[in-house]
Design a protein around this ligand. Sequence first.
Ligand code: RUQ
Ligand code: CUA
Length: 662
Amino acid sequence: MKAAKKYWKGLVVVVAAMAMFAWACSSGNGTGSVGGSADEIIEERGLTDEDVAAAVSTYTPSGVLDEYVMFASGGHSGQVFVIGMPSMRLLKTIGVFTPEPWQGWGYGSVAQEEIFASGNAGGQDLAWADTHHPALSETEGDYDGEWLFINDKANARVATIDLRDFETKQFVKNPIALNDHGGTMVTPDTEWIIEGGQYAAPLGWEYAPLESYNDEYKGMVTLWKFDRESGRIDENASFALELPPYWQDLCDAGKLASDGWIVCNSFNTERATGVDPADPENTEPIEAGASANENDYLHVINLEKAAEVAANGGTTEVNGFPVVPLETSIDEGLLYFVPEPKSPHGADVTPDGEYIVVAGKLDPHVTIYSWDKILGAIEAGDLETDEYGVPIIPLDTAKEAQVELGLGPLHTQFDDQGYAYTSLFLDSAIARWKLGDWTLEGSIPVQYNIGHLAAAEGDTVSPDGKYVVALNKWSIDRFFHPGPLYPQNFQLIDVTNVDPDSDTNGMQLLYDMPIGMGEPHYAQIIKADKLEPWAVYPEVGWDPETQSVKADAPQAGNEGVVRDGNNVTVNMTAIRSHFAPERVEVNQGDHVTWNITNVDTSEDATHGFAMPGYNISLSLEPGETQTVEFDATQSGVFTYYCSEFCSALHLEMAGYFLVNSG
Ligand code: RUQ
Ligand code: CUA
């Protein structure tokens, strides 16, 4: 890790120098009046030919729709960002693990409260998440535009989002682990959603002292079974594999040639656990301890066989969840290791499923493993094992090639011309290299310190090419900085052209998009015409939780208030521009069930329902019904109102909720 730190410091100096240079060059440009002919504007703003080409490549005239849609993790926001490409316009933030007031996500809806409750852990109401890897559902290895999954690294949760209404439908909390990382990735027909672990700990959140790390701490990978019919992860058909206490990292599902298998890279096979204050000899921080060895282990897992073993009872229970013990995995031939050089990151299966690309954060190469060779080695047997008894396939046996790309390689995606693209964190660049030839073709600088990259459908069996987005962690001199917390930077790159004579091999930077809402980790980019979201809900009284009409949803004509003892039920409709009823009176202490349907059926005619003092905010999209329940603990006069500017008389869309203290 020392080497990395040095580079890092050097980089900061270089970056600072570049910043000053950029500032000196750009002062005087980019301001002043514009207007007049295109030529005059170009002249006035001092734009180069490249600038102009970039501008016209992304400029999307009013009313023209984007060709691609990017789903980016929202990082700390716990949400998902939906971004149109190439315009890079933010279209929506999908409320996932964090309440989202505009969508009324988590502000009173009974159905949503149940979803939030299902994601709680340790007796805590979890109100944030660290979303990392969105995964679009696939059919035969290609995005089908139906579902989206995303993991919460902080709390080991996975969410299911329905792309008919772009709303979250489900959380599953991992019963055996508190945090995760290698999720979510889907198998080619979305039968399984992968959630790999990260920091080893005793399974089931038990206590064990760090002295017993080697025996009692475990790694894990969880396989969630997705049921397309119900649109939910079936927790009862899911299972996990116990793994050695190495820090499993990024996973990927095999496809075509490697269908039925999954791979996960790992680090800290050294099992460093940090500086021990009680032991003056142990002064090694985790970053150094975990980077000591030349190799860690790529985990190669026979998912098809593991699912059989789990289905046939080859599991033990941890916290009520079936886990295949490590010995079983070894006996049944479910798990193999292959060494991977120097603090690896990323494990990306090529579009044909023939190869696995693993980057070494502290190695300038990517290592390409041949699926054929791995299977051959498994077939041949006679393998040495690690200290837990897991068979190790020698690196040289499994290796197809290594390509030297630059410093700090992380993640790899693919295009339609046989190129692979790898992010280089320390070099702040994206390298383009040729599959099969295993040759570096060129690199394009990015600003700065890229983590993931996303290519259009770039992790499927048929990548589109055209665009790659760099998900940069640092933005230093790229934007006005709003205080010391800087935005992240998404950079859109055109990868259509191949030009060996150009500095960047023909790749061109088109656009910088600041993201000031969390650290997006990964994104997936789908052709927009594969998505078929509803414009309005199919019928009035639609319950987004069940995606069907709710039998007792209020409808025009049956509105009213019903009292049964201390229970008051309000049946309300919303239509431009009034609520019915407009007066509701209850007694302090009554339990109130408030059903409300937006009976408007025109596109975009959303009403909001805001109830001050009771923390209630709903978004009622055309046709939608919702139910809130609360105790009228606070007496007074509460004016509920519509919080979406829905018509000229939107301000008049209000009513009185009177809580009588008697
Ligand atoms: S990781 S920057 Cu959370 Cu996906 Cu590699
Ligand atoms: Cu409905 Cu404003």
